[in-house]
Design a protein around this ligand. Structure first.
Ligand code: SF4
Length: 205
């Protein structure tokens, strides 16, 4: 089975589970389609994502005239918290996932929790965007992927965790632990129209 066929089969499973799902051959095509889903002037927010940066979605949405809810680099902690709260009321919320499985479930692990909240309840609709590399066979593989990408993120962000040094997860007790909130979406939240966007490229962490 080709990667494209595997993605399409998974998309059918996501649809059976109540998600909308669509496949693209490239990040550029996906970003153009995602931007078209937003009307000029609608508010948009991002859950931190390397994938979204790689497909240049921010630029596409800017050109579309979307209104961004996002923190400025010079904001203090209180102002940043306010922005995170406002993000959960965006018309459209965009993020990636740590793993998706072929039976049509989404797996995420979060440190603060704002990213997963944005996928469950609050925004008008949500788009979960992922490269084919994040589509794994089953829940065990997803669990393994959660921790391997958390370890890579800890290393990238220079966290004081064992995995930032060794690259291996030890289910640590570190105060800097980023793996705190684990969410498995077997169906979208009842009030959250959610679209899974699969891209036939290697994207994100
Ligand atoms: S639980 Fe700790 S060691 Fe494991 S990936 Fe998360 S932060 Fe790293």
């Amino acid at each position: 089975m080709t990667e494209w066929q595997r993605m399409q089969k998974a998309a059918e499973q996501f649809q059976k589970n109540g998600f909308q799902a669509i496949c693209f051959a490239s990040g550029a095509e996906a970003a153009a389609w995602l931007a078209e889903q937003v009307q000029p002037g609608e508010s948009v927010a991002f859950g931190g994502s390397v994938t979204l940066a790689q497909i240049s979605l921010h630029e596409q949405l800017q050109a579309r005239g979307a209104k961004f809810i996002e923190a400025a680099p010079d904001m203090d902690a209180a102002a940043r918290r306010q922005v995170l709260l406002e993000s959960e009321r965006a018309d459209a919320y965009f993020c990636s996932a740590n793993a998706l499985i072929e039976k049509g479930w989404v797996f995420n692990v979060d440190g603060i929790g704002n990213r997963v909240v944005g996928t469950i309840f609050g925004p008008g609709r949500c788009y979960i965007v992922a490269g084919a590399n994040k589509l794994v066979p089953d829940a065990d593989a997803a669990e393994e992927r959660l921790h391997s990408c958390a370890a890579q993120n800890c290393r990238r962000l220079q966290k004081k965790t064992p995995c930032a040094v060794s690259g291996e997860c030890t289910d640590c007790e570190s105060p800097d632990r980023s793996c705190r909130v684990y969410v498995t979406m077997k169906r979208p939240g009842r009030q959250m129209p959610t679209t899974i966007v699969l891209i036939d490229e290697t994207l994100g962490v």
